[in-house]
Structures are given as C-alpha cells and as structure tokens.
Write a protein that binds this ligand. Structure first.
Ligand code: PMP
Length: 707
C-alpha cells in the first residue's frame, strides 16, 4: 500500500503522487489533473502537529512564502496526514548556493524568529535529537557508529565544546530549527520561501541562525566570511545578546556534528542523507582544523559584539624568529592548517586549490601515506646499519623503475643531499673535479650546489672557478645546441634537469640533452639527471623526465615527491660508480624505516591510483586549455610543459605576480618563477582533475582581465 496516495484521497485530492526526499516524515508531491500542486505530509509523530500548525500560521506573517494547511486527516495507523500548499522556488542547495544570498538567509532566520517569538509551548516531552541544547548527548550516544577514529575524535571534541555553553543564559523561544539548504527557497535572486517545520521546537533562539549557517556555508570557498554575512543579516533584525554572539560558532559546530553522527548511526541506504553527510564532514573538518578562538571572535564581532582577543600575529612572530631571507608567498600570507587532496585550507576553513605543491605528489595528507608513517613510527625507527625489509623493498621497487644498470641506491633526506652525494660520486669515479651545468638550472642549497645553479647566481655574476655553464635549454632564448665545453679538461660531469623547474618550466628541444650528454662524455665526464622536481610520473608520458629526451644518465637524483612531504631523497647509480666512493657513506636519517615505509606507500599510491596516466590526461587537457586562453590573450607569451608540470610565460614578472595574487584571492594557488620571474608555474598534486584544470584556466583568465 502506498500511504501517500491513499491519504491524498482521504483528503479529497486526486493526482499523481511523487515521494519527496526527507528524513522522518513522509512527504509526497501531489499534482492534480488540473495542474494544482500540493504537498501531502504524513507526520511520524502526531503530537507535534499542533505546534507545527502554529508555526506555519505565524510564519505566514513574514515576507516569505510558506506552506499553508489545506486539510488534515488521521490515518488508520494513527499518523496525521496534512495537505499543504506547494511553495514555488528553488532550494538553496539546488540553486548553486549563491554566496551573495547568504546574508539574506540570515535576515530570513531573524524574521522567522521574530514571528515565532510569541508562540507558547513547544517544550518537547523528552530531549529531541535535533535540539542543539541536548546535542552533546546526541553526539556522544551516536559517535561510536563513526568508523574512523580521527573523525570520532572530532565529534567528541564538539560535544565537549557544547558542554561549555550555558544554555540557560541564552534567550529561548520556539524556532523553525531546520533552515537547511533544502528548506530555504530562492527565486529571482532572492530568498522567497521557507518550508518544512517538522523539527520545530523551543530552544535557544540563536540556534536558528547557527543551523541556517551550518548548511548555507557548506561547499563554499570561504565559509567563515559567509557565516559572518549570515549572522550580520540575522542581527540586523534581531537584537543578538553578547552571550548569543559568543556561542554562534560552537552551535554551528554542534549542528554539523549532530548531522554527521545521526547520519552515521542511521540507515546507510538513503542517498539524500549520504550526500548531506559528505558536505557536513567537509565543513566540520575544515572548521575543526581552523583557529577556533579567531573564528569565534570574528563571528561574535559580526553579530555586533566584538570580543577582546589575545591575538597572536604569526606574521610578526615569524619575522622575529625565522630567517627573514626565507620568502613568504603572497602579499597577505596564508596561514595554512590543513591539506587534503588538491586542496589547502587556512585557519578560517577557507579552501584553496593548490597548483604549486609538487611535493604533495599523491595529494595532501593522503590517508595511505599517513597510515604507513604512523604504522612504522609506532614500531621502529632507526638507521640503515641494521637490516630492514622496508628499505630493501623500496630499493628494489625503485631500481625496477629505472634503466638497466642504475641499480645501486643511496637514501638521503633531501634533493640537495642527493645532488651533493651525486657530485661526490662522479668526482670519485672520474678523478676529475670540474662540473658542468645548464644556464637557468637549480640543484640545491649547499655551497657546491649553489655553484652549479646559475638560477641562483647574482645578476651578471660569472660562474665560480671549475664550473662550466652551458647555454640555457630554452629554445626561445638560445638556438645553439648544448655543446661548447671547448678546451675544458678535468670534467667530472654534468648535472642537469630534463625540464628546468625553478628556471621556468623550460622544455628543451628534442636532442638537446643527448647533445649535452655526449659533449660531456666526450670530455671524460659522467652525467647526473636531477629528477628532484620531475620524477615519479609527473611528466605523464614517462615516469622520469630524462626519458622524454631519450637519454640514459649515469646517476639519477630524487627528492621532493618521493615522500609526499616526508623528507626523503635518493641517489641511484651504477655499481661501478657507487664503488668508486671508497669511504663509507653514512647518513643518520637516510633510509630510516619510517621514511622507507612512506616512500613505499607513495609508490603504491602512484600505481594503485594510476597517477602517471592521470598526469598525462589532465595535463594535456590543462595545456590545451591554457593554449586556448593564450590564443585570445596576448599577455600570455608561451604555454608549455609535460604532464602536470606546466608553465605559462607572461609578458612581465609584474603581470605574473598580479595574476598570482589575484588567483589566490579567488582561491587558486599559483607561483611565478623562472629566470625572469614571469612564468606562472602549475605543478599540482597528481590527483588533479579536469574540473580543477577548468578552475585554473578560468581563474587565470579572470585575473588577467581584472586589471
Ligand atoms: N633539484 C631541483 C631540480 C630542485 O628543484 C630542488 C628544489 N627546488 C633541489 C634539487 C633541491 O632540493 P631540496 O630543496 O630538497 O634540497
């Protein structure tokens, strides 16, 4: 039996019935042959119906459209069925969640509480699940259903936060209690309607605004600013007390936690619930990782009650305590507190699409990598003077990925350490001292590496003695090939990137590296391929960038992405070269079991998630998008790169910096680099999607236009 249609007949309406999504009540959309539309509501709990009717009646006096009761009947099973008018409008959740209307939702919440204030009663017989005043109990009783320990800890933390609220000090009244993103209706760019009074009850008045906020700020770039807009709108019609202002943020957290625990503890087969659960968790995690004191104070101020705050100013602290030559990104630096996948989040829960971090190769805080680090750290961490399976397993997997002959692995802690050791190796193997590098190259921060990093030379400076700089591989700068060692003797070898990173995503022409390698080998030197930026599948069509040039180096150096942020690097070379180093190479941390476990996990994720293939596919999609943009924007002089290692060269460094700053304001992190500082670099985590690529192109376009 389908109770909806039957009940509709009871109520004297005949039409087509469609079940609407919902939680406890059963709601049907009934459309008559004449085109009239109604909602048939079968309430799970009949005792609440009189209060609901009073609330609907009172809300009808607000400027918003609300359902009106047309007929009521009691069904055979004791439930009450009501026929309500259908309210036209598009739910906020279905209307693209326009941020510009969030303030208006606050105003609506305020007008609704004002309209409901005179209603008597509404005290539930027993604490109700959706009452924020008893949410701590709701959360604690259902939290065990959450399977992930980290997430359980978050909701228990929210329950503790709710315990600190003195509900008796807050103004109480009947509220709607569920102004969620499905229940607020929009039309013509305005909030026009409010539906579903099924959860109405008497509680803290400010909960009305907190509940509305908990949903309106989901799936938004900058939730805190929108929560400020909402409470500001609410306070424009309600005189919010200081005590209410102070608990607005904790109550938002309380509602989010209630929503996710109810979902976890409820049936797992309702797609509507699962969708809203994902949005709830996303926001809860963002706000949880943020700076609670700052968020509370900011929202209290937006409600008209600026709170005195003992404010830490990290920027000033940093200038005091950290080396000032360490540059900070962005005119207004970001205080990042969390990373997940391709996103970074700041202390306000604001989300940024990260196109800069080629270290977080498989995505920020990838759960498999985090788990590997935790698992191994809990058991053992020591050095390579003992046998350990993780290290051996890693060395085998890594060498299997490299050309034959590159079979001996040294594990280190950074790209610089890897290159430093690689240089010792080629000097030992050749007995020569001189080094060759490419103009625009960067290889690390030690004294020797700065000497082979022309990218870091002061303007106009000559290379230090014993260093030979070959022309830049940039075909736009130099037509010459990379020979020209002239009469150089004593050459230990060449160190070169196959695509220059710091130099500005410089793609050499085919054959460039082959010429450079053979020129150096003709002088008795060996060749180091610096894959610190480009390795591990980033360039898409190959696992290593040197493969794009069809060359085979004598030594390969690795770093950045190898540990997804954990400091691990490596040198891989031939047995003959390795044996040339006739003193022990000991490295305290290099190859420790935790680093090895992390590096193994990273390789596994690259394989399991087909990230090299993703880099190839999304990379060429993004490059095509950038090329299309360049065709209509002459400020873009060149677009280039391979896989997800891309660059867009602009006509000036000043413009590139402008775009970087503008893009950051729009929630996309880019960097400007290159020998002239005019190249926008795009080298995101390899879990980047085509949607992410669309966002980047649209953002660069907007930033170029907005001058
Ligand atoms: N080689 C290349 C190509 C690099 O880009 C870098 C770092 N930017 C390094 C080496 C040095 O690595 P690290 O900073 O880990 O010492």
């Amino acid at each position: 039996m389908r109770p909806g249609p039957v009940a509709a007949e009871h109520l004297g309406v005949v039409g087509t019935a469609t079940l609407l999504p919902g939680y406890t009540d059963e709601n049907w959309r009934i459309e008559t042959a004449g085109g009239d539309v109604y909602v048939l509501k079968v309430s799970a709990e009949s005792s609440t119906v009189p209060l609901q009717n009073a609330v609907l009646e009172a809300m009808a006096a607000t400027p918003y459209r609300v359902p009106r009761v047309q007929a009521t009947a009691v069904l055979d099973d004791g439930r009450t069925a009501r026929l309500l008018t259908w309210v036209e409008g598009t739910a906020f959740a279905d209307a693209g969640r326009p941020p510009s209307l969030v303030r208006a939702i606050g105003v609506a919440a305020g007008q609704i509480v004002n309209a409901l204030a005179p209603i008597e009663g509404g005290v539930p017989d027993e604490a109700r699940d959706w009452d924020l005043a008893s949410a701590a109990d709701t959360i604690r009783s259902r939290a065990p259903a959450i399977t992930e320990e980290r997430k359980r800890a978050i909701v228990y933390g929210v329950a503790d936060l709710l315990d600190t609220i003195d509900f008796a000090s807050l103004p109480q009244q009947v509220i709607h209690n569920d102004l969620n993103d499905d229940n607020v209706l929009l039309a013509n760019g305005e909030v026009v309607g409010v539906i579903d009074v099924g959860d109405t009850l008497r509680t803290a008045r400010i909960a009305e605004a907190a509940i509305a906020a908990a949903y309106a700020i989901q799936h938004q770039e900058d939730p805190l600013s929108l929560a400020s807009d909402l409470i500001e709108g609410f306070s424009s019609v309600v005189e919010v007390t200081a005590a209410e202002a102070a608990v607005f943020w904790p109550l938002i957290m309380g509602r989010l936690a209630t929503s996710v625990v109810k979902s976890a503890a409820g049936p797992r087969d309702n797609p509507h619930r699962l969708k809203s659960e994902a949005g709830g968790w996303d926001l809860l995690e963002r706000l949880h990782a943020g700076n609670a004191a700052m968020m509370r104070a900011e929202l209290s101020a937006a409600a008209g009650h600026p709170a005195l705050q003992d404010e830490r100013i990290p920027l000033i602290e940093r200038r005091h305590t950290l080396d000032p030559s360490l540059s900070l990104s962005y005119a207004k630096p970001i205080n990042v507190v969390r990373g997940s996948g391709t996103y970074l989040f700041d202390e306000r829960g604001r989300r940024y699409l990260d196109c800069v971090n080629n270290v977080a190769h498989v995505g920020h805080s990838h759960p498999a990598v985090v788990a590997a680090a935790l698992r191994q750290a809990a058991v053992l961490n020591t050095n390579t003077r003992y046998l350990h399976d993780e290290v051996l397993r890693y060395a085998e997997r890594l060498t299997a990925r490299l050309p034959d002959g590159l079979e001996v692995v040294f594990l280190v802690n950074s790209g610089s350490e890897a290159n430093e050791l690689a240089i010792r190796l080629i000097r030992a193997a050749t007995g020569n001292h001189d080094l060759v590098c490419l103009d625009g190259g960067y290889h690390g921060n030690t004294t020797t590496l700065v000497a082979v990093s022309p990218y870091k030379y002061p303007p106009g400076a000559a290379p230090p003695p014993g260093i030979h700089v070959l022309p830049s591989p940039d075909p736009r700068r130099h037509a010459e090939s990379a020979t020209g060692l002239g009469e150089a003797s004593q050459v230990a070898g060449l160190i070169a990137e196959a695509i220059q990173g710091s130099g500005g995503q410089i793609m050499p022409e085919p054959g460039f590296l082959a010429d450079a390698y053979s020129g150096v080998r003709d002088h008795g030197g060996l060749v180091i391929a610096d894959e610190v930026q480009t390795g591990f599948g980033r360039v898409g069509s190959a696992f290593w960038a040197f493969e794009l040039q069809g060359v085979v180096p004598d030594v390969v150096t690795l770093g950045k992405p190898m540990g997804n942020g954990h400091p691990v690097g490596a040198v891989v070379t031939t047995r003959e070269i390795a044996e040339a180093l006739d003193v022990e190479y000991f490295n305290t941390f290099g190859g420790n079991p935790v680093s090895a476990a992390v590096a193994n996990a990273v390789l596994e994720v690259i394989e399991d998630e087909s990230l090299q293939a993703n880099a190839a596919q999304v990379g060429s999609y993004l490059l095509a998008g950038l090329a299309t943009l360049a065709a209509t924007h002459p400020q873009i002089a060149d677009v280039r790169g391979a896989g997800l290692f891309l660059g867009a060269e602009l006509i000036s460094a000043e413009l590139a910096n402008h775009v970087v700053e503008q893009a950051k304001e729009r929630g996309v992190l880019l960097s400007a680099d290159g020998v002239d500082g005019n190249v926008l670099k795009i080298k995101p985590p390899l879990v980047f999607s085509e949607d992410d690529a669309d966002t980047v192109v649209a953002t660069i376009e907007a930033a170029l236009t907005d001058r």
